[in-house]
Design a protein around this ligand. Sequence first.
Ligand code: ZN
Length: 144
Amino acid sequence: LKLLDQFDPRLREVSAKVEGPIKDLAEEVLAVLKENPQGIALAAPQVGVPLRFFVLRKAYAAKKQLSWAIVNPTWVPLSLAAKRPEGCLSLPGLQKIKFRHTAIKVTFEDLNGKVYTRTITDPLLAQIFQHEIEHLDGVLLTDT
Ligand SMILES: [Zn+2]
């Protein structure tokens, strides 16, 4: 797997819900993230896999007591939005100021299909969930 070019139309697709095992695929997506040390997370559609999951660096996920593969994630806001600088591995060299909710409630599955609901009050982690879930809906940093 490779990072898609920023103009690849596959970045604009709405990805499908994960229904079966994706362990090997998630490891392959993680391998691409590891090649890009400036990134903390990578969504499957960024490497041409149209499924609703993203991966986190394992050390970062462990520190946050989260699964490194976040499957079928959804979120709702628990706070107002604040301005946060943001970049994207699919848009190299670009940084944009985004309004992101600094506290959110997330629901997701791990690679075994176990469902978690978590309150996230770490602004960076909340921002990562919002950014990566946008990728699952074909939305890029530059859209809003
Ligand atoms: Zn991105």
